[in-house]
Design a protein around this ligand. Sequence first.
Ligand SMILES: *Cc1c(COP(=O)(O)O)cnc(C)c1O
Length: 376
Amino acid sequence: MREHSIGLSEACIGQEEERAVIEVLRSGWLSQGKKVRALEKAFSEACGLHAVAVGSCTAGLHLVLAGLGLGPGDEVLVPGVTFVATVNAVIYTGARPVPVDILNGLPHMALSAAEAALSPRTRAVVLMHYGGYGMDSLAWKRFADEHGLMVIEDAAHCPGLPGLGEHSAAAVLSFFANKNMTTAEGGMILTGDADLAHRLHRLRSHGMSSDTLTRAAGHAYSYDVDMLGWNYRMDEIRAAVGLAQLAKLPRYNARRRELTAQYRAELQEYAPWIGLPFSSGQAFAAHLMTVLLPRGLDRRCLMGEMRAAGVQTSIHYPMFHRFSWHKHFLGDISLPCTEDWCTRTLTLPLHPALSEGDVSHVVTSLARIGEQMGHA
Ligand SMILES: *Cc1c(COP(=O)(O)O)cnc(C)c1O
């Protein structure tokens, strides 16, 4: 038995974050202010797009979909394999999410399935770059242009991935505690559309025409509300943590990619019965280390044995179209490749604080347990 168990993900917080939080707490200005603006500016300068900070990626997705005018009567294509938040954000607007099957053995939405799911009501498609592996944004843009659709990217898995928001209306990052960089809870919208960015800045704060900081500085006397907004703001404490995390993100992502390469090499050598989706060549933010188990293998038993070996594993994702609420809402639908993926997928620990020894322990445990279960 190992003295420490290996967790699926771990937030890497250091003195920089601690100092940043204390500085904000002592400053006397806690809610959305200069730190939030600074975090937006940092993202905006890094990617050459407009950036809008929000309280979570879920809030950001809702804000973008609402800001683009989607609502009752509209249909929005969503991937069959994603976190439930992607789908819920569509439902919040009153539009109907239409789940689309993925590629065979790869958790990215299939273009052919998207084409088959089109109806005269289809107005948008939400892409999800699973695990931090970017989809072919240009191919999806061509598809969307051909059918008059808007593209929105759920980029929760890919802070640091280049090209986000360049071929879409907007991309939304997540800074949840288990993502590549964190603010505990938080998100960032990236868009090249200045009008949309302006609208989103208003919508995230009740639709008000000026924010508290602007009024405190005497630049605005009062405010008007000319659209129905929400409170989807980020606060100064989180933004300060985000600035510290952003500075470390390139290092974190490089480490995640190194560990992914080690996983792939060792899995190929010691557990060749395990499927490795994605290729090692493509640009990626290495959010998840996901493998594909052989059909018929008892995953629940395997996960229990891995836990006994001190390794936490997880499933990305359980099928949302089978959740009780969503099954009731969406009706009975069949997505064969999604169902195959969701019953066979397994996510292994991946975060910058893992050591090479940790990765080897995960691989040898998996190889040993698989062998005991009849796979070699
Ligand atoms: C984490 C995640 C979200 C939600 O992000 P929050 O910031 O927690 O709201 C949405 N989509 C995907 C694919 C995610 O992994």
